[in-house]
Design a protein around this ligand. Structure first.
Ligand code: UD1
Ligand code: MG
Length: 438
């Protein structure tokens, strides 16, 4: 049997007003990707009928999804007429008998965590609960004699209900005919005038249907409603990412201080020191990233970087040493040493080349960006500027303090542009004596 023959629907049509942002809630990112991306990626592993309900900023949400996924169904919610999580399902038609409904603001959920709901086949409805010291923001689950009775939203709850610490995690498995039957019957006579999906639980109980509660953990089912929740969810996901890589043999010093985004790749033996930030598209192979360095969408192979270095997107380093306060952007460095205080942008440099402290590639003329090509065994003295477009051929010495204008520096030469040093005898004495008299 095809294990993917079950339907999953993700509710992503809400505004997310508690985030106090112009951006729709589900588009807010954790570890470099929108919250919704993380959920869809996991849902796709276990279902070939994944739908997303959209309304608020629907074009942006649709565009984001289509940029990553090919086979997602879109369901448009008529949010003006039927607001709320129940209203979200009015236009939804699942392909299969078993349907899993997920809120779009729970980015920590995994395929394994979703799978648990499908295992409890004998129930008409499986819902998810967890216990929290601070249940605020969540719907409270009222349980009597081990049976779920109903869910009450915080805004509708009385004092006694507010004190309940068992909350609704926001994932439900329904049989398709139950959704078809109860969604049209939902009412909006509540504090928010919304159609609550959660009301189905009480309605189903009243008709004698079986509701099972699955105890889940916040690590996987945390809902994100505020910026604080967003930061906490990111911490959990980032920890998960770090743990995965440490299990695969990557060394991390003070791992809690290291930020790694979700599709970063490490290979071989790598050491990542404290305070590093490594973002989407980075690939680090047999390399050492020293404290407080940033690696953005770049490849680092058999190299060491930092401390306090910044690799900006589209850089490729091989057998290269990058030291502190060096910024590299869109450059390919092979067998290069750049130990201190440089900007290397839109450049390439090759084996045996040494880039002295303070060298700058002047890549921008105010309108366009230009390339700098540096050959093999080039020795670039400190505080030099290479005005792009410029080519430095192999075996060249650029003297310290030289400004190399656009053009070519031919192989074998010394390039030096240095104003002759003038020594004015006794000037120090004269200068300060004059100042003292004033
Ligand atoms: C919901 C549950 C609450 C539960 C909590 C778990 C309801 C009524 N309440 O509350 O019991 O404890 O999740 O995290 O379901 N959405 C739509 N269309 C809408 C409104 C919302 O698609 O008209 C989507 C949102 O984009 C979001 C999800 O549904 O992804 C949940 O909405 P949200 O407003 O966050 O519900 P909560 O108040 O968190
Ligand atoms: Mg929520």
């Amino acid at each position: 049997m095809n294990q993917k023959k079950r339907s999953i629907v993700i509710l992503a049509a809400g505004k997310g007003s508690r985030l106090k942002s112009n951006k729709a809630k589900v588009l807010h990112e954790i570890c470099g990707k929108p919250m919704l991306y993380h959920i869809i990626k996991e849902a796709e592993k276990i279902s070939d009928d994944v739908s997303v309900v959209i309304a608020h900023q629907k074009e942006q949400v649709r565009k984001m999804i289509e940029s990553y996924f090919d086979n997602i169904n879109f369901v448009e919610q008529d949010a003006d007429k039927f607001p709320g999580t129940g209203g979200a399902l009015k236009n939804y038609a699942p392909r299969y008998e078993q349907v899993l409904v997920l809120n779009g603001d729970m980015p920590l959920v995994t395929a394994e965590a979703m799978e648990q709901f499908f295992k409890m086949k004998e129930s008409d409805i499986v819902m998810s609960i967890f216990d929290l010291d601070d249940p605020s923001g969540y719907g409270r689950v009222v349980i009597d004699e081990n049976e779920v009775c109903y869910i009450v939203e915080q805004k509708d709850a009385n004092k006694k209900e507010l004190a309940v610490t068992t909350v609704n995690a926001g994932v439900y498995a329904f049989k398709r005919d139950i959704l078809e039957k109860f969604i049209p019957l939902l009412k909006n006579d509540n504090a928010q005038n919304e159609y609550y999906l959660t009301d189905i639980i009480e309605m189903a109980k009243n008709e004698g249907l079986g509701v099972r509660a699955l105890l889940v953990d916040e690590e996987h089912f945390k809902g994100v409603n505020s910026k604080k929740d967003l930061a906490e969810a990111e911490m959990i996901l980032c920890r998960r990412i770090r743990n995965k890589w440490m299990q695969k043999g990557i060394t991390m010093q003070l791992p809690e201080t290291i930020y790694i985004e979700s599709d970063v790749v490490f290979e071989g033996e790598c050491i990542i020191e404290q305070g590093c930030r490594i973002t989407e598209g980075a690939r680090i192979v047999n390399s050492h990233i020293k404290a407080h360095s940033i690696v953005e969408e770049s490849e680092v192979i058999d190299s060491d970087v930092g401390p306090l270095a910044h690799l900006r997107p589209k850089s490729l380093l091989r057998d290269t040493h990058i030291g502190n306060f060096v910024e590299v952007k869109k450059s390919t460095l092979t067998g290069v040493k750049a130990g201190h205080l440089s900007y290397i942008g839109d450049a390439e440099a090759n084996e045996g080349t040494n880039i002295g402290a303070g060298m700058i590639t002047c890549n921008y003329d105010g309108i366009n960006k230009h390339k700098t090509k540096i050959g093999k065994n080039v020795f670039i003295g400190s505080d030099s500027q290479l005005v792009a477009p410029v080519t430095i051929e192999d075996n060249v010495i650029i003297a310290a303090g030289t400004t190399v204008p656009s053009g070519t520096v031919e192989t074998g030469v010394l390039a030096i542009s240095r104003a002759p040093l003038k020594k004015v005898k006794g000037f120090f004495q004269k200068f300060f004596t004059k100042k003292e008299k004033q």
